[in-house]
Write a protein that binds this ligand. Structure first.
Ligand code: SF4
Length: 136
């Protein structure tokens, strides 16, 4: 049976543009490993709150995001938007391939509404797919 990886809403979109940069090497190595498993066919279980990626994040405390003031609320709003845009639901199981196939059609909305005020945009802009999609 394929391994299952629990991911929250915005992590169904943002890691498609990951190039190895993150908060620290523990976080980045874990994310890299997650992507390797996902690309190898691991099943995504869609959840709310802290997930596989958050599990190694230095900003997670008591299962809440402490990146900056108000982050927990903002991140949950991002999660809800990602889930709505992708047409999935919390509790669903999907493949990374299925999610990747949906990114081109939802990316303009995501980019316009979320990427502009995200601190990671400079990193995502190094990813050729992000550049291609953001040019429309
Ligand atoms: S810029 Fe931020 S919100 Fe946009 S895809 Fe990258 S990490 Fe996600």
């Amino acid at each position: 049976m394929n391994k299952s990886i629990r991911l929250r809403g915005h992590h169904l979109i943002c890691p498609h543009f990951f190039r190895g940069e993150g908060y620290d090497h523990v976080f980045s190595d874990n994310l890299m490993e997650g992507i390797r498993l996902l690309e190898g066919g691991a099943i995504v279980e869609i959840i709310e709150g802290g997930d596989f990626i958050c599990g190694k994040c230095p900003k997670l405390e008591n299962n809440e995001c402490h990146y900056a003031e108000g982050s927990e609320r903002i991140i949950r709003q991002m999660d809800a938007k990602a889930i709505r845009l992708l047409g999935v639901r919390v509790g669903m199981n999907v493949t990374w391939e299925e999610l990747a196939a949906k990114i081109p059609s939802i990316f303009a909305t995501w980019y316009n509404e979320e990427c502009g005020h995200c601190d990671w945009i400079a990193v995502c802009k190094k990813h050729e797919m992000f550049v291609k999609f953001s040019r429309g």
